[in-house]
Design a protein around this ligand. Structure first.
Ligand code: KIV
Length: 268
């Protein structure tokens, strides 16, 4: 299978095909998502929560993202791999952003980077795109600004907020972003944005009218039963399934049922 390229991805979207993106942080899930046929694999800074156990994405370091991106890119054959630039790896200056993006491609071996931010990041997006690095913008709910927002909330519910995000989306397209993640955006606003730009919008918690959708893979698998936001659909009860498998294993070892002779090696 050949790697999906950015122009192919954008062309598919412009023909009306819905795009799919899932996060992955290691080779095992990267391979499964890829073999299942996902278009893009995002090595999200959500790894701060679901892999590292932090409260939010703020503590994630560029080195963490590069490490996990390398794990994923060793296994992914077809999907486009996007590395998420973590907090303070690109905000300080355009040159910091260029160096971080370059490291993601050179060391992480991914094909694109993503960064959060509105008008304040337009020149950064422009510079990264000009360098030849595909860049995905991220508008609406931007988890790296959690302390400024005072918590996670839906954006673009009022006319003025909607106008602001539409302006940002157009500016991102003009700056050369190849796609835009819309997180936690009112469905009507996400629909308007999707109609206002030619590049694909990838929604999470932003309704059905985006050009594509993204989910955190562990959320899709239902691994955390306490995480039940309105936007999430779980496609399996992963927590129960994994817990049952582990309990079965514990019981079988305790009862002497595993390993059996079939799982053993013998002298010659
Ligand atoms: O970090 C992440 O996983 C993300 C997606 C939820 C879009 O940014």
């Amino acid at each position: 299978m050949k790697k999906l390229t950015v122009p192919q991805l954008v062309a598919r979207s412009q023909k009306g095909e819905k795009l799919t993106m899932l996060t992955a942080y290691d080779a095992t899930f990267g391979r499964i998502a890829d073999e299942a046929g996902v278009d893009m694999v995002l090595v999200g800074d959500s790894l701060g929560q679901v892999v590292q156990g932090h409260e939010n994405t703020i503590p994630v370091e560029l080195g963490d993202v590069i490490y996990h991106t390398r794990c994923v890119t060793r296994a992914v054959r077809s999907a486009l791999v996007v590395a998420d630039l973590p907090f303070m790896s690109y905000q300080a200056s355009v040159s910091q952003a260029l160096l971080a993006s370059g490291r993601a491609l050179k060391e992480g071996m991914c094909e694109a980077v993503k960064l959060e931010g509105g008008m304040e990041t337009v020149e950064t997006v422009r510079a990264i795109a000009r360098t030849g690095i595909p860049v995905m913008a991220h508008l609406g709910l931007k988890p790296q600004t959690i302390h400024k927002m005072g918590g996670y909330r839906i954006h673009g519910r009022t006319a003025s907020e909607a106008e602001e995000i539409i302006t940002e989306a157009k500016a991102m397209e003009d700056a050369g972003a190849f796609s835009i993640v819309l997180e936690g955006v009112a469905a009507e606003t996400a629909k308007e944005i999707t109609g206002a730009v030619k590049i694909p919008t990838i929604g999470i918690g932003s309704g059905p009218h985006c050009s594509g959708q993204v989910l955190v893979i562990y959320d899709l698998m239902g691994l955390n039963p306490e995480f039940k936001p309105t936007f999430l659909k779980t496609y399996m009860d992963g927590h129960s399934l994994v817990t049952k498998a582990i309990k079965d294993y514990i019981n079988e070892v305790k009862e002497g049922k595993f390993p059996t002779d079939a799982h053993s090696f013998h002298r010659k």
